[in-house]
Design a protein around this ligand. Structure first.
Ligand code: GDP
Ligand code: IMO
Ligand code: MG
Length: 429
């Protein structure tokens, strides 16, 4: 019996939330291990729609949920999200949600510096969510982060805030932003502390126990491999490692605990924010994909850029992310297209390459090489078995499997939880 790690195989918003919610019925515990409230996961269950950012998607199935040490936590955002989902009838208590006591916090200075830096970048902006994710990870690596456990020690908070503001107030003033006062930050944290601390614990210990007790762990990734700080389209990436290996380090387990790695990929490609996107479509087809796929960022509300399925990109993600099976989502959005294109590699300065190169200039110069497939006239929307799919849609899926060098083990055909075709149970390894 394996555990399962779910990660994005493109640039995010592949439908990880839907897949994690679906798989959660087979799991005992769901763990977030990286990212923060830059993530936006939409789950549709009957006539209810849940939008989760920081809370693991297992919450909707009333599974034990854990926020691991690899996540950066904005305590204000966490408490508002808890209040919001409680308003929708979900239960969140210190019995159902546990938070790593060694996770780093996002403080109000972080979004302030994130936004000020983006503004200063002008045309070269990354298009961040402005939620302070990058600066919070920088502080963690720089060893000046305030962590969850620090909330129990007012003197520690006070000393760490001194160090933090020494760093940030100079920067903020240089960028023309008002500095922060230590008193107001300290006051804010001391008020939040009693609301956050009941959820805090060394989650690695609980996870170790669960694991030894034979419980099934589902790791929920945020963002995606092409936004990974090492393997993605740097510098247009997020500030964490999004590959499956992070599921171990970001939750306090060894690498063998991760289990089966399921990569989620949309049947076409989208991206929020700036950076290279070789198969992007600026024409009516791109517009149609965006309209039919309702491609608006859950967090930013920005329209997502849309393009053809990039098999070279997903193959790259399969290799560096350790992906063993693909969950292909949003196949239904391609219903009715007379022809479809799949990118198999790129031409960079006249030379054919199978994967995007690392240098930004070469990435920007990459021109996709396509193969064209016939579309289908029937409907795949809501299909729950292979037999329900148009024959040409099955051919499209089969071709994707060949090109990305990984089997499609799950297929999603609508936003609704149960409109899912399982080819192979990832928990069976
Ligand atoms: P995540 O960030 O990877 O969890 O993805 P998001 O939730 O941000 O974006 C995916 C969007 O597509 C959500 O609105 C989902 O409800 C929706 N979705 C997921 N799977 C499917 C599918 O198979 N078909 C359609 N039409 N929509 C889907
Ligand atoms: P989910 O989990 C899509 C993008 C931002 C920006 C870049 C860096 O819903 O798939 P950041 O705020 O992280 O410093 O922004 O990463 N980004 C996402 N794009 N889905 C996400 O999460 C994203 N999280 C961050 O748009 O380009
Ligand atoms: Mg999303």
């Amino acid at each position: 019996m394996a555990n399962v790690a779910v990660i994005g195989a493109q640039w995010g918003d592949e439908g990880k939330g839907k897949v994690v919610d679906w798989l959660a019925s087979r799991a005992d515990v769901v763990v977030r291990f990286q990212g923060g409230h830059n993530a936006g996961h939409t789950l549709v269950v009957g006539n209810q729609t849940y939008k989760l950012s920081l809370l693991p998607s297992g919450l909707v199935r009333e599974k034990l949920c854990i926020i691991g040490n690899g996540v950066v936590i904005d305590p204000d955002a966490l408490l508002s999200e808890i209040a919001r989902v409680r308003g929708q009838g979900l239960t969140v208590t210190p019995e159902t949600l546990r938070i790593a006591d060694n996770a780093a916090l996002i403080l109000p200075v972080h979004p302030a510096i994130d936004k000020a830096r983006e503004e200063a970048r002008g045309d070269r902006k990354i298009g961040t969510t402005g939620r302070g994710i990058g600066p919070a990870y920088e502080d963690k690596v720089a060893r000046r982060a305030i962590r969850v456990a620090d909330l129990a020690e007012p003197e520690t908070l006070s000393a760490k805030l001194d160090e933090l503001l020494l760093h940030y107030n100079v920067l903020l003033q240089g960028l023309g932003v008002a500095p922060f006062s230590k008193e107001s930050l300290l006051d804010g944290l001391l008020k939040l502390a009693p609301q956050i601390l009941p959820y805090a614990e060394p989650v690695w210990e609980r996870l170790d126990e669960l694991r030894r007790g034979g419980k099934r762990i589902l790791f929920e990734g945020a963002q995606a491999v092409m936004l990974d700080v090492d393997h993605g389209t740097y510098p247009y990436v997020t500030s964490s490692n999004t590959v499956a290996a992070t599921a171990a380090s970001g939750s306090g387990l060894g690498p063998s605990a991760v289990g089966f790695v399921l990569g989620i990929a949309k049947a076409y490609t989208t991206r929020v924010g700036s950076g290279p996107f070789p198969t992007e479509l600026h024409d009516d087809i791109g517009q149609l994909l965006g309209d039919r796929g309702r491609e608006f960022g859950t967090v930013t509300g920005r329209r997502r850029r849309c393009g053809w399925f990039d098999a070279a990109l997903v193959r790259h993600a399969v290799k560096v992310g350790g992906i063993q099976g693909i969950a292909l989502t949003k196949l239904d959005i391609l219903d009715g297209f007379s022809e479809l294109k799949i990118c198999t590699g790129y031409r960079v300065n006249g030379e054919f390459v199978r994967h995007l190169p690392a240098a930004p200039g070469a990435q920007a110069a990459a021109v996709p090489e396509y193969e064209t497939m016939e579309g289908w006239s029937g409907s795949s929307y809501g299909a729950r078995s292979w037999a329900d799919l148009p024959a040409q849609a099955v051919k499209y899926v089969r071709r994707i499997e060949e090109l990305v060098e990984a089997p499609v083990t799950l297929l999603s055909t609508s936003p609704e939880r149960d409109d899912t075709i399982m080819v192979r149970d990832p928990f069976e390894g």
